[in-house]
Every structure is written in structure tokens, then in C-alpha cells.
Design a protein around this ligand. Structure first.
Ligand code: C5P
Length: 219
């Protein structure tokens, strides 16, 4: 089975996808990584983020192992890395160049050690609409910008970042705006997605709710 989990930044997609992958022995693809990798290559090579030709070039040549290597850089998951990812991801040809890599992952889902997975869980913004329109289960996970900013702020604080809550909230709102209003693959639920608002739910409650849905689908 292929499960897609889309939604805005810091809605809890990654945590949920990881929990599903662990319980059902599914391989997991965090598709934000492809855009973070291209954004980071732009930063590391001193490119202006508005340099579309450079972004398209990096996207064309990106490989899975190179993405995994780049993910070890501390800037990969930083607010700056997220912003760069959001900017390059709005470029139509960058998205087109990175599509096959994401789709191919479902053809032969394996874990890092090469063992076969029972299925795949994707998370991102367009995995149910563009990457895997035929997925058997599509989820759209959301929460208010304030709740999401609070979660991301706590995460950044643990990593020793000195960003304020207000700065994190402003970044979340700017990314929502860019992700929702771009012309290619804007952030929106697939017509057949199940929408889950996690604003007032704990991680355990979200998982329990989604787990019931998966069990029914697997029957
Ligand atoms: O999910 P994450 O915060 O790592 O994603 C970084 C950025 O990559 C997002 O803000 C979004 O602009 C972009 N993205 C996307 N499509 C996806 C996944 C991420 O446009 N499927």
C-alpha cells in the first residue's frame, strides 16, 4: 500500500509518517528533502535564490545518495534551509526534474539495509496530488499556524537556535503563503484525501486516529 501525507509546515506529518512506517514496516520518503537539498546546494555554492537556471541545474543532477549526504549538514533542517527549499520548490522545472526520483521510490521500496518494505509512506505538499495520485490512502494533516509555530519553536530551541516564537510564526506564515499560492502543485488536499486537524490532538491521539483508518483500508 502507498500512503501519502500532505500538509503545511510543522503540522506533524513527519512524526506521523515515521510512526506509520515503523508499525507497518513501510519505507518512508520525506519529499521535502529533495527541495531542501536543492536549496542547500544554492546556499553552499553562493547562488542567489532567484537564480532559476542554477536551481534547475542542481535539481536535474540530484541523486538520492547526494541528498542523503546533504541532509547531514546542520543547515539542511534550519529555518534558512526551509526558506531556501520553499523558494526553489516554487520553480516549475525544479519540481519537474525532481518528480521521477520521488516516484521511483515506490517501485521497489526497500530500507537502508536493502531489505524489502511492505509499502511506502510519503510526506510532503503534493504527494497525494502529483507524486502518487493513485495512492491507496491519502491524508492531509493540518493545524493552526500558531500551534505549528509553537511546535517548530520548541524543536529549534532544543537545537540551541535563538529564533523567537514571533520569527518562527512569521516564517511559517510566509511558507504557507508561498506553498499555497504557487502556480505549480500548490499545497491543497487531494479530492480524495482525509483531512486531520491536529491543533488540539497529541501525537498519540493523531496516530491512534490514523491507525484505525489504515487498519480499515488494509482489510
Ligand atoms: O516539509 P519540509 O518543511 O521539509 O519542506 C520544505 C519545503 O519544500 C516546503 O516549505 C515546501 O515549499 C517544499 N515542498 C514542496 N513539495 C513537497 C515537499 C516540500 O513544495 N512535496
Amino acid at each position: 500500500m502507498i500512503i501519502t501525507i500532505d500538509g503545511p509546515a510543522a503540522a506533524g506529518k513527519g512524526t506521523l509518517a515515521g510512526a506509520i512506517a515503523q508499525k507497518y514496516k513501510y519505507a518512508y520518503f520525506d519529499t521535502g528533502m529533495v527541495y531542501r537539498a536543492v536549496g542547500l546546494l544554492m546556499i553552499l555554492n553562493g547562488k542567489d535564490l532567484s537564480d532559476e537556471a542554477a536551481a534547475i541545474e542542481y535539481a536535474s543532477n540530484l541523486t538520492f545518495p547526494q541528498m542523503m549526504e546533504l541532509s547531514k549538514n546542520p543547515e539542511f533542517r534550519s529555518a534558512k534551509g526551509g526558506q531556501a527549499a520553499s523558494i526553489v520548490s516554487a520553480i516549475k522545472d525544479v519540481r519537474a526534474k525532481l518528480l521521477a526520483m520521488q516516484q521511483n521510490f515506490a517501485l521497489n521500496p526497500v530500507f537502508a539495509d536493502g531489505t524489502k518494505a511492505n509499502g511506502v509512506v510519503y510526506d510532503g505538499r503534493d504527494t497525494g496530488t502529483v507524486v502518487c495520485p493513485n495512492a491507496e490512502l491519502k491524508l492531509f494533516i493540518t493545524a493552526t499556524p500558531e500551534v505549528r509555530a509553537q511546535r517548530r519553536f520548541a524543536e529549534f530551541q532544543q537545537k540551541g537556535s535563538n529564533l523567537t516564537y514571533e520569527e518562527v510564526l512569521a516564517d511559517i506564515k510566509a511558507r504557507d503563503e508561498r506553498d499555497s499560492n504557487r502556480s505549480t502543485a500548490p499545497l491543497k488536499p487531494a479530492d480524495d484525501a482525509i483531512i486531520v486537524d491536529t491543533s488540539d490532538l497529541t501525537i498519540a491521539e493523531v496516530f491512534a486516529h490514523v491507525d484505525e483508518i489504515i487498519k480499515k483500508r488494509l482489510k
